[in-house]
Design a protein around this ligand. Structure first.
Ligand SMILES: Cc1cc2nc3c(=O)[nH]c(=O)nc-3n(C[C@H](O)[C@H](O)[C@H](O)COP(=O)(O)OP(=O)(O)OC[C@H]3O[C@@H](n4cnc5c(N)ncnc54)[C@H](O)[C@@H]3O)c2cc1C
Length: 409
């Protein structure tokens, strides 16, 4: 077995090209956009799609997709480098067409869709001609437990009739289709086999967008949807009957890890800023960087960021090698989500009032970071699953070793 963290020259070249593209194209584009609520809408679209065209021309498009779909054909370990570089700019992942939720939906369609479904739904996503959403969470029941889903799909000849209520559906207002999860089975053998996924065209009669949910970081496109007698052709079922949960789990593995890759990038920015500020701020006879209290914050953040990178790389390695990755992705998702909040918080602390102001990106990053601890699996649900697997490992093998990454130490 070899453990080698050196990148191949090809991958290093890609990483540097992504970095240069983010610095030379995306960051200046973002500066031109400024506040998206202030800029003229047509100009906004022109800048964004102009940058997307440049990314395509530069061969920095769809890093997560195979080459036959127009992508860069990277594995998950390789993707970790690219996502981390792309997320150095707010619009970076969108410009490279590897942003949530489209990225996870593309993986899902690639794995689960029929050839016809791929042509109709995956192709336009890959070409950057469409956007998508994933509709699972409901206001009335705990999103953490999809066996409680109440939205129903009832078969009527060659169609399914769907009724229900979804909310927090990211991107729904821009999407041309949804992957929607609904209950189709009344009495499944397993509670997890009650749900089925469907591809729903947007707009469709019966798909009613009620409002955009305002959040602590503003109204960024999370919709509440009421679904009334929405008719979907049988051919739009995605995966098999009762496989909605399985599909959700499949989707969430790589999608959670891709979030972690982007969060690492954000945390690194916060740590860079923390160090920079501490080297330039003087109080009580020395620079902040010379004070032990500040050094502890820098050291804790450094260690946590290092742990995060190793966890993400190892989980990505397991996905790439076809190994079971559920625990490793759960542990990475939980750890990185919490690390992100802590590192940004410390950086704000070191910046004092400046950190609390909106003169630096930290306040915005802090508001954004909070969702990481419950979206795509709340902390406690990941902890529950991690503990279950650790207990099972001990029961089955007499040691917890296999549950701690199954590493050879
Ligand atoms: C910004 C954002 C974007 C989102 N985008 C989408 C999207 O595109 N599509 C979509 O379908 N959903 C989306 N969601 C919803 C998200 O997936 C849910 O918030 C998540 O699944 C948790 O469900 P819930 O909010 O109903 O919380 P609940 O399930 O009600 O959980 C609330 C809290 O209860 C606790 N809890 C739950 N279960 C346990 C347990 N077993 N043990 C101990 N404590 C527990 C946890 O602390 C948890 O935070 C988004 C959410 C946010 C904030």
């Amino acid at each position: 077995m070899s453990i080698d963290f050196t990148l191949t020259p090809e991958l290093e070249e890609i990483r540097l090209r992504v970095r240069a593209f983010i610095n030379d194209v995306v960051k200046p584009g973002e500066a031109r956009i400024g506040d998206p609520d202030e800029i003229d809408r047509d100009e906004y679209i022109r800048i964004l799609f102009g940058m997307r065209n440049q990314a395509r021309e530069a061969g920095l498009w769809l890093p997560h997709m195979p080459e036959e779909w127009g992508g860069m054909g990277l594995g998950h370990v390789e993707l970790a480098m690219v996502q981390a570089e792309a997320a150095k700019a707010y619009y970076g992942p969108f410009i490279l067409n590897c942003q949530a939720p489209d990225e996870g939906n593309m993986h899902t369609l690639l794995h689960w869709a029929t050839d016809e479904q791929k042509e109709k739904y995956l192709r336009p996503l890959c070409e950057g001609m469409a956007m998508s959403c994933f509709a699972m969470t409901e206001l009335e029941v705990a999103g953490s437990d999809p066996t409680l889903i109440r939205t129903t799909a009832i078969q009527d000849g060659e169609e399914w009739v769907i009724n229900g209520h979804k909310w927090f559906i990211s991107n729904a207002r821009r999407a041309s289709f949804a992957i929607l999860v609904a209950r189709t089975e009344d009495d499944p053998d397993l509670p997890q086999a009650a749900n089925t996924a469907f591809l729903v065209d947007i707009p469709s009669e019966g798909w009613n967008r009620v409002r955009e949910v305002e959040t602590m970081h503003g109204g960024t496109g999370h919709s509440e949807i009421v679904i009334e007698d929405l008719r979907v052709p049988a051919a739009n079922m995605l995966g098999g009957r009762g496989q909605g949960h399985l599909l959700g789990q499949y989707r969430l593995g790589p999608a959670r890890l891709a979030h972690c890759m982007r969060w690492i990038s954000q945390a690194e920015t916060a740590l860079d800023m923390m160090v920079d500020r501490s080297l330039n701020r003087y109080a009580h006879g020395s620079l902040l960087a010379e004070k032990q209290g500040i050094q502890w914050m820098i050291a804790d953040s450094t260690m946590e960021l290092y742990q995060s990178k190793l966890m993400v790389l190892h989980a990505a390695y397991r996905i790439d090698h076809g190994l079971d990755f559920k625990s490793e992705v759960s542990m990475a998702k939980h750890f990185v989500a919490n690390m992100l909040g802590r590192v940004i918080d410390r950086s704000i602390q070191v910046h004092g009032a400046l950190g609390y102001s909106t003169d630096t990106p930290l306040a915005h990053m802090y508001q954004h970071a909070r969702w990481a601890r419950f979206a795509d699996g709340a902390d406690e649900v990941h902890q529950m699953r991690i503990a279950q697997r650790t207990i099972a490992a001990y029961r089955d093998t007499g040691t917890t070793k296999v549950a701690t990454g199954d590493l050879p130490i």
